[in-house]
Design a protein around this ligand. Sequence first.
Ligand code: ACM
Length: 674
Amino acid sequence: MRLVALLLMLMTMFIPSALAQSVALMPQPAKYGVSGGQLAVDQNFSVFLRGARDARLESEARRFLLVLSRQTGLTIAPKLSTSPQATLVVQIDHASKELPELGEDESYTLSVDGSGLLLKAPTTLGALRGMQTVLQLVTPVTNGFAIPIVNIDDKPRFPWRGLMIDVSRHFQPLDVIRRNLDGMAAVKLNVFHWHLSDNQGFRVESKKFPKLHELGSDGTYYTQDEVRGIIAYAAERGIRVVPEFDMPGHSTAWFVGYPELASAPGPYEIERHWGIFDPAMDPTKESTYKFLDEFIGEMAKLFPDKFFHIGGDEVNGKQWDANPQIQAFMKSHKLKDNAALQTYFTNRVQKLVEKHGKTMIGWDEILNPDSPKTIVIQSWRGAESLSQAAKQGYRGLLSNGYYVDLNWPAARHYAMDPTGGAAASLSDEEKSRILGGEACMWSEFTSPENVDSRIWPRTAAIAERLWSPQGVTDVNSMYERMAVISARLDFVGLNHNTSYGTMLRRIQGKDDFQALRTLADVVEPVKDYQREQLAATPPTQSTPIIRLVDAARPESETARLFSQKVDAFLAGTADAASKADLRVMLAHWSNNQSDLNAAMSTSYPLQEAAPLSQNLSALGAAGLAAMDYLGKEQAPDGWKTQQLAAIEQAKKPGGAQLLIMVADSVEKMVQAVK
Ligand code: ACM
């Protein structure tokens, strides 16, 4: 450290640093220390690579400068410096292999002083992770941008930190995949699990079996060149790509072109609805395995990762029950039930996967007593099955609790720990078999327009759970940092924030959509699988994804902050400003109905929101009245009973399939009135 820098640091140490407090790192590093003081960031920011050479590191360092430039608005040339005096010096011991692999060293250290940053890592991969940390450290300050003086010593807790995107139910074009890979890299996720086939679509070009994509996809599929492009794009960012071809169920789209694979005669059509369906591959025919041998061989070459996902979930067995030839096979092979038949299938497919040089991974259902210990179990049904698998010697991943399509709050995902719950009592050796987890984006209700908003920012909280030490569990800190990271993700091209306005504007049918936004800000889509259950007519693949429920965020930040204010108010700890804020919010909602009403008659997609809007106004009025009655006035007879009944009504989702998330807090206020 140069003397000037040291002096600067000593000087600044005594200044309480607002900057240090505003730094939002997500995932939180394993170890870090903030000493006060800052390093200014301006358009002269430069990067010098020292140590081992690596073409990938060079291109990533240039990309770092591009993102820094986007994030700050400063004109920074994406050109590497030839001077060791550069602002950021990146030093690696040796280059990583071109394609990332499970378990590679991703650690790095970062030290910042008043003159610059030094990022050191054993491998390229660690340097990539560290550069993302540097981008998160850059914060606006009064006279520009700065990085706080910090020391970071970081490494991941789990080696497998994934995001699954289902591109079958709704296809997602390449730009969506690429920007989500950028988002993944920003929060240090390292596995893109590509759910490429299901009942509703087969999404990869097969040269061996072209009717798979030609007849199974409506023309929306990825060519093999495009797949290679995505794999290269991901690898540059240190992300592995694991393909999933779901079998023997979830496979109707295969049967459109190849009905002979199915357990009942065709013809088949691409499934347009959501749910669990009967079609399943015929596990008793040798021709099925011959087909799969060739198909897996082709895809094993296309996807270079060591792991190959064969799905295996949710076979209802109805086609097997109804097929006399299959029943006879089960009898002659002493397969006592459909689970045993699926085991027979899984174990045959496992041998094919292995023959083509890959390790099989699948959902819980693939685990059986004959499974070789090499396979990996992805637990979607519960943490219990993951810990069972680990006990029996299998490696596994947690996805139960990480389904981002279920519209849960980030805190609920954050509370799920791969080695918590049922796995907490495992031995260290058993725990070490738990490789990590994956957020899962199932795509019944996603379009290229809203998919980012279903994934982000909540997936950043899951990313933190998988990277940061187990003890990092402060929910308030998580939410504070997630809000900052959410805004940062705009700069890598994700549209989870911007599409909100675009979609609301369309729903409103004009540029002024402020009243609609007020309503949208406090609602959330119904949870779990309620959308299917509440639908008047079953949604299909061609149902437009343009409703308020499709635009509304899975988690309302406004409602969360409102609830904190209400709790403080009721606990008697709210100050005058906070009480005034509460009144402003409630009055705003109370008046919103008349503002929104004017637009209803001209907007068809807005009409279903009418009851919701009335309820929000009623809640606003009830909250205001409760504040008055809690202050001094006596509530009239029957007021409380009447309000509570109305609130109960307002909590029901109704046809709009939306929940008003401030209802619970208003109810608490009304309950508190004597
Ligand atoms: C699954 O959700 N059926 C894996």
